[in-house]
Design a protein around this ligand. Sequence first.
Ligand SMILES: [Zn+2]
Length: 66
Amino acid sequence: MIQRQCPECDGELVLARHSDNQGSGVEARPSTYLRCSTCGGEFTAEQVRESKRAKQLDGATAQEIS
Ligand SMILES: [Zn+2]
């Protein structure tokens, strides 16, 4: 199972789905997203991935606890 951590607070992210599917709207917003159970932030999988990449660079010298 893939563990996802919040880019903001390292809280646990859970997969959520937008229920307001307005068919006529723009499709820039993905229908699924990751919601942080700690701070309530919403992130796309892409955002989490990119922040993780940045984190790996950032914490290259730090110990990874996971
Ligand atoms: Zn969070």
